[in-house]
Ligand binder design. Structure first.
Ligand SMILES: NC(=O)c1ccc[n+]([C@@H]2O[C@H](COP(=O)([O-])OP(=O)(O)OC[C@H]3O[C@@H](n4cnc5c(N)ncnc54)[C@H](OP(=O)(O)O)[C@@H]3O)[C@@H](O)[C@H]2O)c1
Length: 362
């Protein structure tokens, strides 16, 4: 795609933890061109590089640093974008995502507020690409309004994203129950997030809403799409979510009940798991979406959270699985997902790449 034919995109919540990841991941993107950034009113008109507290360990992309910030409430047309990535707090997203979609924007959201709407997909492209069919349902409902081109696609909550990637290849074994405990990184709480005195040398065994999200979103994502609607998967999920003093990468320990517990078959299914993004060679799709580790002490956040390359753009997009073992009728494993890459901005970018490749962004 030439620069001229790249899809112009805007990022809402551009100065936050997830917003910064978007800016980093969109640098030099082959199909999308970052044209507008939106944050809170106090930054209106300022250049990005002059106002943002850049927190990533990679340099700020030079061109993005020069962009001036818009305030939320700026008209969609004024942003000059066709596609919008949303990384706003829930209350703010609630006010604008639907309005943007009604004005014709292809909205790719990281926020919880629209995820459980019947006509909005929670897309994890390797797991449920057929759920993109809900875009047509949204468009039919918007017919006759200002524009019927727009839609909302969400990605899952960060812990759920890693969890469903690991569960997807197990659906064939009649997945019935899944017990999951999470060890969630600090960057998952945004910036400044959890106060240092609350978390240094400590952990917090409660993250508001997180367990309910894992139950509801997992059933929806693994569900089947038929006759314009999703029938949730029947898997029962039993989560416990814990915040730990790790910077990046959510670890999860999982026990699943399947109709068989043949370790070799389960490991094979995970190792060979691929989806539509791999077949289409989407720019941010890791060649190996589930990396199965055989070393007993892996995966670890510091060593494995950025796995995913090749291709180069997929760094942090693979989910790691390790410690695979069988006990009675259960299979146990540990997984790791990069919360702000695959679990947030990178997940949304891959969602957009799939929608663009399917001709859904117009
Ligand atoms: N962090 C993760 O790992 C993760 C993973 C999945 C999903 N999410 C979701 O993604 C969203 C963003 O999370 P985050 O961690 O990036 O949060 P964050 O670091 O707190 O960033 C929030 C962003 O929203 C902007 N914002 C806040 N109030 C605003 C307002 N009134 N008007 C316009 N902009 C406003 C902030 O701009 P200012 O800097 O100008 O205030 C900032 O750019 C949340 O809904 C979160 O639940 C986060």
């Amino acid at each position: 795609m030439s620069k001229m034919s790249k899809i112009p995109v805007a990022v809402l919540g551009a100065t936050g933890m997830v917003g910064q990841r978007f800016i980093s991941l969109l640098e030099g993107h082959p199909n999308m061109e970052l044209v507008s950034l939106v944050a809170s009113e106090k930054r209106e008109g300022k250049r990005y590089k002059e106002t943002v507290n850049w927190l990533l360990d990679t340099p700020m992309p030079e061109e993005s640093g020069k962009l001036r910030l818009y305030k939320l409430g700026t008209d969609f047309k004024e942003l000059g974008a066709k596609l919008v990535f949303s990384a706003l707090p829930a209350e703010e997203a609630q006010k604008v995502e639907d309005k943007f979609a009604s004005d014709g924007a292809a909205v790719f959201s990281n926020v919880k507020v629209n995820r459980m709407r019947d006509d909005v997909p929670i897309l994890v492209p390797e797991v449920n690409p057929e759920h993109l069919g809900l875009i047509d349902v949204q468009r039919k409902a918007r017919k006759g309004k200002k524009s019927s081109d727009g839609f909302i696609v969400t990605n899952a909550n960060c812990s759920t994203t890693g969890f469903v990637m690991a569960l997807a290849p197990l659906r064939q074994f009649n997945l019935r129950k899944a017990y999951v405990s999470t060890y969630q990184a600090l960057t998952g709480a945004g910036y400044p997030g959890v106060a240092s005195l609350d978390i240094l040398g400590n952990l917090i065994p409660y993250i508001g809403d997180e367990e309910d999200k894992m139950v509801a979103e997992t059933a929806k994502i693994l569900g089947t799409f038929e006759n314009d609607a999703i029938t949730p998967h029947r898997v029962k999920v039993y989560p416990t979510c814990v915040r730990v003093p790790v910077r990046d990468g959510h670890t999860e320990t999982v026990w699943v009940e399947l109709e068989q517990n043949d370790m070799v078959e389960v490991a094979d299914a995970m190792m060979n798991f691929k989806g539509l993004p791999q077949r289409l060679h989407l720019p941010s799709a890791p060649d190996v979406p589930l990396v199965v580790h055989t070393k007993k002490d892996r995966p670890q956040p510091l060593k494995d959270a950025r796995l995913g390359s090749p291709p180069a753009r997929a760094r942090g997009m693979a989910v790691s699985v390790g410690r695979l073992r069988a006990h009675e009728n259960m299979i146990g494993f540990t997984l790791l997902v990069h919360n702000t890459v695959r679990g947030a901005a990178g997940g949304s970018v891959l969602n957009a790449e799939l929608a663009i490749s399917e001709g859904l962004v117009r």
